[in-house]
Write a protein that binds this ligand. Structure first.
Ligand SMILES: O=C(O)CCC(=O)C(=O)O
Length: 254
């Protein structure tokens, strides 16, 4: 991987794409463990760690997994050398604890109408400085039909935008003044299984509904914070209160 070229694109655009990021055997190891986790662990998880588009009685509607490091494989995976090297090249400093904060899984099941509202991750994380990268590995081919993520290039260089409650489970906050001038700048990121995209904590991103009746849109993601990041505890407490209120409104309890 040419980390110098990737770092310069990341600093300019706020995101990068690295095609076929993992070797085939590494990708197979990850997908086998994701299948195992979904089959063996997910049925016993509390509602806060596994979100469904419909509900648990429709396992095919599974749309998000959080706190996957409760499983020994994913706990160790947070330190995976390839992921860590890429993350540190992009943030330009060591990652806190030499590891990702957490491991997560995202899907837009076929015909899922719930998009990802436009947001900036650092509105959720509340880090200063915002030297944090989200790395998102495609598990399926993703394109406009099955709701690929869209980035607004260069948006990480401008101040954080105001956010408000979205009503979308798993993405509680959305940019409240997002408008046509933003939308015309969106770039759809088409990926093949094993391709990685990574974005800065202030890069605006979103995704639409999955219009395919047959294709999932699954991804595995990890977030790495630079050692210089400190959490703004007041902003984080406000965000957590907003999530709690949204979960209560959507009937999600621990
Ligand atoms: O998978 C998606 O639609 C969005 C994921 C996301 O917002 C993120 O990983 O920061």
């Amino acid at each position: 991987m040419n980390f110098i070229a990737l770092k310069s694109a990341y600093d300019r655009d706020g995101y990068i794409v690295a095609r076929q990021f993992l070797a085939p055997e590494q990708f197979a190891e990850l997908t086998q463990n994701l299948d195992r986790y979904i089959h063996d662990v997910v049925p016993n998880l509390p509602p806060s760690d596994a979100f469904y588009d419909v509900d648990k009685s429709k396992p095919e509607s599974l749309k998000q997994l959080h706190r996957m490091s409760q499983d020994a494989f994913f706990e160790a995976y947070r330190r995976h050398p390839a992921w860590l090297a890429m993350a540190e090249a992009l943030i330009g400093e060591p990652a806190q604890d030499g590891a990702a904060v957490e491991a997560e899984w995202f899907n837009k099941p076929p015909l899922s109408e719930k998009g990802t509202p436009p947001h900036q991750d650092n509105f959720y994380f509340s880090l200063k400085p915002c030297n944090v990268v989200t790395m998102w590995l495609a598990l399926d081919a993703v394109d406009e039909e099955n709701a690929c993520v869209r980035y607004v290039p260069g948006s990480h260089l401008l101040p954080t935008r105001p956010h408000a409650r979205s009503g979308v489970l798993g993405f509680s906050q959305t940019i409240s003044d997002y408008g046509p001038a933003d939308a015309v700048r969106e770039v759809p990121i088409r990926l093949q299984p094993g391709d990685l995209m990574a974005h800065h904590g202030n890069t605006i991103h979103l995704a639409g509904a999955n219009r395919s009746a047959t294709r999932d849109r699954r991804a595995f993601a990890m977030v790495f914070r630079g050692v210089s990041c400190q959490r703004d505890e007041e902003a984080f407490a406000r965000y957590q209160a907003a999530v709690k209120a949204q979960h209560a409104a959507l009937g999600i309890t621990k």
